[in-house]
Design a protein around this ligand. Structure first.
Ligand SMILES: [Zn+2]
Length: 424
């Protein structure tokens, strides 16, 4: 019976790897086709703000990334096939020395190290060939290597002790180990989110309080109206690595902040900066960070419960092509193999994220001028060479932000609404 169960799991797992791969390549090809269809003409809504040359540059950049992405999808599917159906992970587990907890930790460290090393060529190509070709890359080989080394040091510093604690919990707390492990991991994650803005991000970039007297006054007024502290607005030297512009919000409690890329500030007018800041403040005001934290907590609790159920089921391990029943293997299966099943509910997350973008836009439209947000966004699309057209199905699966056209149309309805309010 158990043998039959593991056999069916193997068939299911293999089918998922192959079907997901084919489907993702299909989505990517749809997106390339949709972009190419629009190459000869700027959509009418954007004709006034976007030159044909900029539009075509965005399409060339996006299709180059998608085509590289298709090769990467093949590579990733091949790796999954190697690690699991071809038993690479099992071989690695057997080959790793040490015993007990040390073996479990060493196995995961070895797996992570191998994955990292074999994926370096993709990062090098992406940064120094693709981004370079479109004039976005500012990174140097030295900075690139330094970034990787810092990442490894941080991963080892936080990751290895965490693994020891988790495995210790696994072997010592009996039936309810998964509840304790969930609590440990959650506490650790909250600690990292809290630590990130003030201690981790500054290892990679310089953060300075935003400058310029007029801008500063206006920003402070806007931030105070939203109920936040102006000390929480920073400029980051993103131009060290890339000329892409962006803004983001991060952290919680006393540690939360809004961060502007210096590249963004250079390109935008004052009104546009304020409108984009209002959008980011909208995310904070509407509690999008605590909300997504809560969602991921629930999902993680569910995941740990499932781990508790599956931890000692031989068919589960054998069903994913590893015969060793061990906590290290269990963690590997949950972090690597099970993503083939969670691919399908993925669009739900993207949908929630797109809805939150609309909410933040609506907030920004009240607190700043919606026409400034429109022109700021259009400038961002142009400077970042993001195409303003997309395939609907592709966008449905992957995009965390609404398609340009929908976003601008909604903002325009705010502009019209305000115009009506201004009438006597
Ligand atoms: Zn946003």
């Amino acid at each position: 019976m158990e043998h039959l169960f593991s056999y069916y799991t193997q068939v299911t797992f293999l089918s998922f790897i192959i079907i997901n791969h084919l489907f993702e390549v299909y989505l990517s090809r749809r997106q390339v086709a949709a972009l190419e269809r629009h190459r000869s003409e700027v959509p009418q809504e954007f004709a006034a703000d976007l030159s044909l040359a900029d539009h075509q540059r965005a399409i060339s950049y996006a299709t180059a990334k998608l085509r590289l992405g298709q090769w990467k999808l093949c590579w990733e599917a091949g790796l999954l096939l190697y690690w699991f159906p071809l038993r690479g992970a099992e071989k690695l587990y057997v080959a790793v020395p040490f015993v007990d907890l040390h073996k479990e930790v060493a196995f995961l460290v070895a797996f992570t190290a191998v994955q990292m090393v074999i994926n370096i060529p993709w990062a090098v190509y992406g940064t120094f060939v693709l981004e370079e070709r479109f004039g976005f890359n500012r990174s140097t080989p030295r900075l690139f290597i330094l970034d990787r080394l810092k990442g490894i040091a941080l991963g080892a510093l936080f990751g290895i002790p965490l693994l020891y604690v988790l495995f210790f919990v696994f072997v010592t707390t009996g039936r309810w180990w998964w509840v304790v492990a969930f609590l440990v991991l959650t506490g650790f994650q909250l600690f990292l989110v809290w630590l990130y803005p003030t201690l981790i991000a500054p290892l990679f970039n310089k953060f300075t309080p935003i400058e310029g007297a007029e801008l500063k006054d206006k920003i402070e007024a806007l931030v105070r109206r939203a109920g936040f502290n102006a000390r929480e607005i920073f400029v980051m030297d993103a131009s060290r690595r890339s000329s892409h512009g962006n803004a983001y919000f991060t952290g919680f409690g006393k540690n939360k902040r809004v961060v502007f890329f210096d590249t963004l500030l250079r390109d935008l007018k004052t009104g546009e900066v304020l409108a984009i800041l209002a959008h980011e403040l909208g995310h904070m005001k509407l509690r999008h960070i605590p909300k997504s934290l809560l969602t991921s907590l629930c999902l993680s609790f569910l995941g740990f419960w499932l781990m508790g159920e599956l931890a000692h089921q031989n068919w589960f391990y054998a069903g994913h092509f590893i015969r060793a029943v061990s906590p290290g293997v269990l963690f590997l299966l949950f972090t690597q193999a099970l993503s083939v099943y969670t691919f399908w509910p993925g669009p739900l997350g993207s949908w929630i994220s797109r809805r939150r973008e609309f909410e933040a836009d609506a907030y920004a439209a009240q607190e700043a001028r919606p026409e400034d947000l429109i022109s700021g966004l259009l400038r961002l699309y142009r400077e970042n060479a993001s195409p303003v057209v997309t395939d609907r199905l592709y966008s449905f699966f992957y995009h965390s932000h609404p398609p340009a056209l929908e976003r601008i149309r909604r903002l325009e309805s705010f502009v019209k609404g305000q115009a009506r309010e201004r009438l006597p």
